[in-house]
Ligand binder design. Sequence first.
Ligand SMILES: Nc1nc2c(ncn2[C@@H]2O[C@H](COP(=O)(O)OP(=O)(O)OP(=O)(O)O)[C@@H](O)[C@H]2O)c(=O)[nH]1
Ligand SMILES: [Mg+2]
Length: 214
Amino acid sequence: MRVDVVHNVLKLNDALAAQIRARLHAAGIFTLNVISAPGSGKTTLLERTLAHFGAEIGQAVIVGDLATSRDAERLAPFARAVQVNTDGGCHLDAAMVANALEALDLTGVELLWVENVGNLVCPVGFDLGHDVKVGLLSVPEGEDKVAKYPRLWREADAVLLNKVDLLPYVSFDRERFYADLRAINETVPVFEVQATTAETLRGWFEWVAAARAG
Ligand SMILES: Nc1nc2c(ncn2[C@@H]2O[C@H](COP(=O)(O)OP(=O)(O)OP(=O)(O)O)[C@@H](O)[C@H]2O)c(=O)[nH]1
Ligand SMILES: [Mg+2]
């Protein structure tokens, strides 16, 4: 019985996500869903990334958190930003994104970013109408998070390994990270970055531009 209920919730979510995707594609908007554990650097990455593309490309961002509008406030200087508070929910769903889109002026927007709620598990199963899923792991979390939480890394279209500046200070096994990741996903591009520093993000920026161009 419970399985049926969960299945129906996901079916409803997927139907709405398909509508969102169709609407965004009709408007020429490319959408990226950024997923990681709390504190691994999603907002920091988006600050630099929105700033990088801002001069040439219209952008908007939807930010999910349980509470506060702090991340939307951090991103508002760079793009139109809407904060979604999930009130305890551990992920965004398509209905929340549909509501957030009502609050966003999409005129001129070509890139839509979604910063999901900090969580390595729940956000992965929910289609939001995005085009690509980006998984972020920061080195202090430990390389074992790839093998222990495999679904995100299996489904990710790009993986960022963040906070590489901390590699000398934490016991992160880089070889094992790559071995575990390649066992799950042979082809996903990986970018080793320090999200606080735009110079390390060049490969990531190129990937975003290429993904958007299709
Ligand atoms: N040393 C170092 N710190 C970083 C890096 N990227 C982000 N941080 C720091 O990590 C902390 C958390 O970064 P956020 O960008 O807020 O992380 P988040 O994933 O958005 O967090 P939630 O939205 O709460 O899930 C902040 O203090 C950042 O300055 C990095 O590359 N190196
Ligand atoms: Mg954040």
